[in-house]
Design a protein. Structure first.
Lengths: 308, 296
């Protein structure tokens, strides 16, 4: 279990993380989602005691990371695929990490095998592809057989098979009752991996809920209604508590009422309706919706980004 | 390769290794004690080819300069024997030129091993390794201390052994010119030990600079500044202040520490020892404090 309380990190004039609080529970995969520069990595580094918070605190399994007697056996972290000396072989890197906790050589071989690094284990880590670097980082995270895993963008740079492998691995680890906390800026990846989502934008938590709630909650299902009496229907539906947008003449976008209710209201009042389409927000849309005010770097045209 | 690992991973998983994770699993199992961290730093040290190359270069340079210097000293002694004036000058200097032959390459050893000290720490930061190191040892100072021990012990040992081998190479060459070099004499042993301690001190200063500056080029430049530029600059700047200050530069502590008799207008041996000690302790403490405080 990871508990973060009012965590804040200020670099000079820039606030990277602004009073973030959340809890990551054991036995499920918790996604940490946010656009680039949202403060995900900084938050994770603060949890790992590598960056000193300006204020606030973070504990893992009840203790600040620094105070654990055997930190690698408590928490395994992939914070950066390049957290390796480029001239050292993958095997020696893992061996040196293992030595700090008297983790036996057999375990080093085990994690190499688990991550599929056998063929390159004796090669310099500097020559690794991004995907191989990620696998080495995951191997290092698994070394101490930790209860808690913190993985920063683990699928970044992996080929499609690697992505599936990470997805299966984290689901498997969470299934064993471990705490798995992984970040990504890709909503679609989270949709397939995470049980619970914490969405962060500009250093603030925007949403913290089970993934299903995020899809259905924030991207509330809307209904598109075309009618030749928009003013009258608007009035009728608004009277029943719906919120209504009018993108075009004769077109209403209704939030808060289901299509059946809308149809019933129209029929009762003899209003002709010539289109009635439920709009279910994809997770991607929900994410865009959540973070649209919090993206640090907007690209133009922004609309195209949301339709992959 | 990835295709073989994709689906089979959980199946391949040895059950006991990932199966027993209780909430308190980590609390009773071994954590990072100093000895374990030291072992880790030794593995890190010996698994870098560049480190081993620097150590080998030090040995080659020390032995090479020892042999060259033996030859040069022999030539000089020959000339002196034919020239009574030169012989008188030589006698005035204490006569024993041969004894300092084995350590004649020490300036290069200090440059190479000092740079090694810088690199071992700066490369942790430039490669990102520091995040792995300090995630494994979140208290940080044990890792710093262990690395310092590895750097200093290795620098001492490599310098001592290369000095000894340089001496062995120099003895027959000096013998040719009728000069005697006794490697077991107290002055020989003193030179070997003091110079080796000195090079270990330089390596420690280098490591402190690497920790403070976190950049290889900057660290090595600072090291060269202290050991090679400052002594010359201080000599060129007129005025008693710089003449006096020059004595307190770390590079000028070896002569007073190894002199057979005290040379006027230099530090006493004990003063030189304190000065060199301060040059090590102050940067190392500063580096340790900042390493503990700064973000990685």
């Amino acid at each position: 279990m990871i508990e973060v309380n009012g965590l804040t990190k200020v670099y000079g004039a820039k606030t990277a993380v602004a009073g973030v609080s959340f809890t990551v529970r054991a036995g499920q995969v918790t996604g940490f989602l946010g656009p680039n520069g949202a403060g995900k990595s900084t938050t994770m580094r603060m949890i790992m005691g590598l960056d000193r918070p300006t204020s606030g605190s973070a504990t893992v399994n009840g203790l600040p990371y620094v105070q654990h007697r055997a930190p690698l056996r408590e928490v395994g972290a992939l914070l950066d695929a390049k957290a390796v000396h480029t001239s050292r072989s993958a095997y020696n890197h893992l061996l040196a990490m293992a030595a700090t906790h008297s983790i036996p050589k057999a375990r080093v071989h085990e994690v190499i095998e688990m991550t599929g690094l056998e063929a390159v284990a004796r090669k310099k880590a500097g020559g690794f592809s991004l995907g191989m670097g990620q696998r080495l980082g995951i191997a290092a995270a698994l070394l101490g057989d930790p209860q808690t895993l913190i993985l920063d963008e683990p699928v970044n740079g992996l080929d499609p098979e690697g992505v599936v492998w990470v997805r299966n691995l984290v689901r498997y680890l969470a299934g064993q009752g471990r705490t798995v906390f992984l970040s990504s800026h890709l909503m679609s990846e989270m949709a397939q991996t995470a049980d619970h989502l914490i969405v962060i934008g500009r250093g603030r938590v925007i949403a913290d809920a089970p993934i299903q709630d995020i899809i259905t909650g924030k991207g509330q299902s809307r209904v598109r209604v075309r009618t030749d009496q928009p003013d009258r229907l608007h009035q009728l539906l608004a009277g029943r508590g719906a919120s209504i947008a009018v993108p075009e003449r004769e077109l209403l976008e209704v939030t808060g009422l289901d299509p059946r209710t809308i149809a019933a209201v129209a029929l009762e009042n003899q209003v002709m309706v010539y289109e009635l389409t439920p709009l279910v927000a994809s997770l991607e849309e929900a994410y865009m919706e959540l973070t649209k005010d919090d993206v640090e770097y907007h690209s133009l045209p922004a609309a195209e980004v949301s339709h992959p | 390769m990835s295709s073989t690992t994709t689906e089979s991973m959980p199946a391949r998983e040895p059950a006991p290794s990932l199966g027993h994770a209780g909430r308190n699993a980590g609390r009773s199992l071994p954590g990072p004690t100093f000895v374990r961290v030291l072992n880790s730093e030794v593995i890190k040290f010996r698994s870098l080819l560049s480190t081993l190359i620097l150590l080998a270069s030090t040995a080659v340079v020390m032995v090479g300069f020892g042999a060259l210097s033996a030859w040069g000293t022999g030539q000089f002694a020959d000339a002196a024997n034919r020239d009574p004036q030169a012989a008188a000058r030589m006698a005035a200097q204490g006569g024993d030129l041969a004894v300092s032959v084995p350590t004649s390459g020490i300036a290069f050893a200090q440059l190479i091993l000092g740079s090694l000290g810088v690199l071992l720490m700066s490369s942790e930061f430039t490669t990102g390794m520091a995040r792995s190191t300090f995630a494994a040892v979140p208290r940080r100072l044990p890792a710093f201390a262990a690395k310092l021990v590895v750097v200093m012990v290795t620098s001492f040992a490599v310098t001592a052994v290369s000095t000894w081998v340089a001496g062995l190479a120099a003895v027959p060459i000096l013998d040719n010119y009728g000069l005697k070099l006794d490697l077991g004499s107290s002055q020989s042993v003193k030179l070997l030990l003091v110079n080796s301690v000195y090079v270990a001190a330089v390596a420690a200063i280098g490591m402190a600079l690497g920790t403070l500056i976190r950049n290889s080029a900057g660290g090595i430049t600072s090291l060269v500044g202290i050991f090679f530029v400052a002594p010359i600059a201080f000599q060129l700047i007129p005025g008693d202040f710089f003449k006096e200050a020059r004595k307190y530069l770390p590079g000028n502590t070896v002569e007073p520490l190894t002199a057979a008799q005290h040379v006027p207008d230099t530090l006493e041996a004990w003063q030189a020892g304190l000065v060199l000690g301060a040059w090590v302790v102050i940067p190392v403490l500063l580096a340790a404090v900042l390493l503990k405080r700064r973000d990685v």
